[in-house]
Design a protein around this ligand. Sequence first.
Ligand SMILES: C[S@@+](CC[C@H](N)C(=O)[O-])C[C@H]1O[C@@H](n2cnc3c(N)ncnc32)[C@H](O)[C@@H]1O
Length: 212
Amino acid sequence: MAFRFNFTSEDLDPEAPGTEQLSPATHALPALFCLAHTTRSTVHFQDYNSEVIRLVTIPNLLINTAYHDQTQSQLPSSAEAELEIDTQSDLLQQDPVAHLGPLAQRCRFFAGDWAHLASNLNIPSEAYKYDLILTSETIYAHASQAKLYALIRSILKRSGMALIAAKSMYFGLDGNVLSFAQLVESRGEMTLTTLYRFGAQVQREILKLTFK
Ligand SMILES: C[S@@+](CC[C@H](N)C(=O)[O-])C[C@H]1O[C@@H](n2cnc3c(N)ncnc32)[C@H](O)[C@@H]1O
């Protein structure tokens, strides 16, 4: 199942030249927003599992971009519309990226552990690092927080920003916003601030991570 959605945010500069964004994927809606509403930015998608990229992220990308016109007539004009995608179809069994057409030049997809991503990316210099990193629900495990931090630190431009969406705390899991904030503080290299806090029963936050 994949989702089609309508964007309303006016936050992005659609013509910002050469903007590079990295997004941990799954449904990757904020990253899709960046891609669909900009013309010159490059968006890289990452998930631990290649199946997630192939069966969830890329289908979402297709119906929101390259397949947008074809799917338009199949959906009600609702932001909550859903579209069934046949995961056994040729589209997904063969080379799904090929279906992106010209958009493929503005996207790349990576699967694997954060511990190896920086070396896989093999970024040659500061100019090739990311302007924006988007990640959500990725700081719930204390042991993984250091890997995520190290990755962001090594691939984010000095002038860039990472936006991290997370629950303030996770029941039954040992990672939370406080433990991530303590990790960032202990390294002394970057600043973590809370941009938004919302949610009544389960409090969620949007955190901003930048270099000092
Ligand atoms: C709870 S899911 C959240 C998925 C998606 N960002 C969302 O908000 O719906 C956690 C994600 O963290 C990523 N993740 C967790 N630990 C990871 C690791 N060590 N290396 C790479 N990715 C990891 C996985 O790819 C997984 O999709």
